[in-house]
Design a protein around this ligand. Structure first.
Ligand code: MN
Length: 129
């Protein structure tokens, strides 16, 4: 189990991701915009961050770059979430330094598989099936 920070401005998406992760036994921190997400990441050092790319004001891509440029937060794995399915957008997202990537809408098994891939070995957590 891990503490996972979700940065997402759409309430329905936030609720869905929170339910999926809490049901898998994780603790969830929530932020609705990039600056709040960065502040929560620095203050709490979560085991993983889910970062929506399309956020009001500062984008998720910019937030990922800031987190990955900071020695204090660069080791936190980040999964980028986006509604864009376009190839050039995906390349831009991967270039930001994120560790994983999910296109919305995602199936809960895809989300948990990405979470396990990035933190499973660190925590030894089993989410079960
Ligand atoms: Mn959004």
């Amino acid at each position: 189990m891990a503490t996972i920070l979700i940065v997402e401005d759409t309430p329905a998406n936030m609720k869905l991701a929170t339910i999926i992760l809490e049901n898998a036994g994780h603790a969830v921190l929530q932020a609705e915009n990039a600056p709040d997400g960065i502040a929560l990441a620095r203050a709490n050092m979560p085991g993983l961050i889910l970062m929506d790319i399309q956020l009001p004001g500062m984008s998720g891509l910019e937030a990922i770059r800031i987190l990955k440029d900071d020695p204090a937060t660069r080791t936190i794995p980040v999964i980028a979430l986006t509604a864009f399915a376009m190839k050039d957008e995906e390349e831009k997202i991967r270039a930001s330094g994120c560790d994983g990537y999910l296109a919305k809408p995602f199936h809960y098994k895809m989300l948990l598989a990405e979470v396990d891939r990035l933190i499973g070995s660190k925590t030894g957590a089993k989410t079960g099936e």
